[in-house]
Design a protein around this ligand. Sequence first.
Ligand code: IMP
Ligand code: MG
Length: 381
Amino acid sequence: MTHDYYKLPNACIIGAQYGDEGKAKIVDAIASKYDIIARYQGGSNAGHTVVVNDTKYIFHQIPSAALHPGKTVVIGNGCVVDAIALAKEVRQLQGLGFDFKLVLSGKAHLVRPYHKEIDGKDTKIGTTKQGIGPAYADKVNRKGVRVKDYLALPFGADNTTPEENEALHFLEQFVVEDVGEVIAQLTNSGKKLLAEGAQGTMLDIDHGDYPFVTSSSPTIGGVFTGLGIGPKQIDDIIGVFKPYVTRVGEGEVPYPMGTEEDALLRELGGEYGATTGRPRRCSYLDIKALRYACRVNGFTGLALTKIDVFAEFTQRMAKDGQLVGYVDKNGYKTLIKPFSLKDGHLGEDAYRFIWQLQREIGVPIKYVSTGADRSAFAQLL
Ligand code: IMP
Ligand code: MG
């Protein structure tokens, strides 16, 4: 692990569960220290929520650090791009006055309108219907259309709609052939990279709960193929997790909660899909699965989010005479004492819970998010 206080290492942020761990919150909280923030996989299936001074921003394709002035935000070749939705997202943020430099890989594949039409029709896995699977399928099948291929076509060719054409020609100004080259040039001159994952380890096409997975590689390997950088260029690999588990779409959750607990936690945590609005199903934290995510990704540190939500949950359940907890690495339920935050800050009982989790997982918890707002954040190491 790199602990050089004088040198800020390049880092990546990866979901350790089924997505919706609060990655965007962590990215936003630490982004000011980095210069380049890069998405390496996924597309508009992601819904990354950032709250600043009570205003909520939901990012789908642009890295969630775009709210910080002057950052280079990259959409890597490993992403699939919905041009119409991306153009809209860029214009919205620009309209609000945010000043970021977008770099879009010419090698990223396009999500075409027909991909969205067929998404979810032949499977029952509960996709976000953003055309992600069909676009990646065409890529692997060597039938896909990359951003740069599209731009080389005569206007209106390849059955394009006027809307797609307009969006792509607006986006053309941001396109580069190779984002890896841009990142190499910037990092060679001392700039720092933060790679931002979408979805999570348990939704990974290889390492997740197949077939109830997404079609990309949110895990560590995706960072390198999705940006065109080497493995030694990332020093810190941060896994993000909640003290409970949620899942949207089909597939089992590890330790489902009872109906009332499930409903209470969903309300307290606002656990509804940021892209689809679907209710997320809640489960007790599964330490064994987290240890698996640590192994698959080689996490050097962890970020724990929504501890405020879980604290409130422990209190509310205690009022009904019930203790809640997590499921340890051997599959046994471990009950914990109800705890609360002190004026939004971590007190002794919250720290005790954090140390307990850290001991069970075996990887240091470096960051803790204590609320939705940017300011509700603690760096422990
Ligand atoms: P797809 O990525 O739309 O193909 O959906 C595949 C599976 O991944 C479904 O279970 C989705 O609900 C889930 N999924 C995709 N993106 C996200 C996300 O950003 N957060 C949580 N679940 C997601
Ligand atoms: Mg999300």
